[in-house]
Design a binder for this molecule. Structure first.
Ligand code: NAP
Length: 291
């Protein structure tokens, strides 16, 4: 039980509702910031402004998967208010207060460091990233089906990256009969892709393999679909870029060539917010109980 714990939940999408539901069930005291339009009443939860919170007894702060932007602003799907988390808020919290976020950026890392509070990046955990890759792959399938006029069966697809997300994407598209190539840089990942029955290509050779490809799915958070590569891509191709902002595609050049390229963040929250929220809620509960 989380009785006596004061947890501040700031912003986020429908995934946060599962977190609120679970923590409320475990009797935590919840301050909800950025949920003004939320109608559900959760036991032990109150909607508050970020500056109205009594930070002196806050045990944990939960941010959305996206964390904050470069200026501390937090995405709030359930409110029109602008919510900005700053160092002063964290400094008012007790020393043991832990900040939980999906990912971090320079701003969030800097304010937690300067306030001397622990920051836990949930997406650094393999368990969450792998569970999360399931709704991500389903979302990628949905977008691919919606935005192509061919079957994915027999389509030529290049998946860039074979990490926790790339592996699930490659396996999912291959399972429905697509001809999947995987572009990676390390020898062990080339071996893994081959073992999975996929065509492995060194990312340095991407250009040569791009000429006959219907769909690119990028999971590499670095510029890999460069002008040089895009110059070779057929204009009917679709690029689904899943990597965190700003993605791995030269979007300006893609637009110039008339290639459809979409940066698609937060797919689990779009296609399966309940499942994705439960994944986060379960791990967060364990972490806060251990705190
Ligand atoms: P990951 O396990 O760390 O995998 C990243 C992959 O990128 C690895 O194969 C890594 O290879 C490769 N890589 C990194 N930098 C590279 C570079 N400069 N050149 C070539 N390869 C490089 O990460 P993940 O959990 O799969 O997540 C991947 C990205 O997807 C992240 O940006 C994450 O935020 C995002 N994501 C988005 C969604 C969504 O809904 N859009 C959902 C989940 C994840 P090495 O092993 O060689 O480094």
């Amino acid at each position: 039980m989380l009785e006596g714990k004061h947890i501040v939940i700031i912003g986020g999408d429908a995934r946060q509702l599962e977190i609120i539901r679970k923590l409320s069930r475990l009797q935590a005291k919840l301050s909800l910031v950025g949920f003004q339009q939320l109608d559900d009443g959760f036991i032990g939860a109150s909607k508050e402004g970020i500056d109205d919170i009594n930070w002196s007894n806050v045990d944990a702060v939960i941010l959305p998967v996206s964390g904050t932007d470069a200026h501390g602003s937090v995405e709030t799907v359930f409110s029109n208010e602008k919510v900005i988390l700053n160092r002063k808020h964290l400094q008012q919290s007790p020393k043991h207060c832990v900040i939980y976020s999906g990912i971090s950026n320079e701003y969030l890392t800097d304010i937690t460091k300067k306030a001397n509070r622990k920051l836990v990046k949930l997406m650094d955990r393999d368990d969450i990233a792998i569970y999360n890759s399931i709704p991500t792959a389903e979302g990628a399938l949905m977008i691919a089906i919606q935005h192509t006029d061919i079957t994915l069966h027999n389509a030529d697809i290049i998946v860039l990256g074979l990490g926790r997300t790339g592996m699930t994407i490659a396996r999912t598209f291959s399972a429905i009969g697509a001809k999947v190539k995987v572009a990676v840089r390390e020898a062990d990942l080339l071996a893994r892709a081959t073992e999975m029955g996929l065509k492995a290509i060194p990312i340095s050779d991407l250009e040569q393999h791009s000429e006959a490809c219907d769909l690119f799915i990028n999971t590499i958070p670095a510029l890999v679909l460069t002008e040089k590569v895009l110059a070779k891509i057929p204009t009917h191709s679709l690029i689904i870029d899943l990597a965190s902002k700003p993605g791995g595609t030269d979007f300006d050049y893609a637009e110039k060539r008339g290639i459809r390229a979409q940066l698609v963040p937060g797919l689990p929250g779009i296609v399966a917010p309940k499942t994705a929220g439960i994944i986060l809620a379960n791990v967060l509960t364990e972490l806060i109980l251990e705190q």
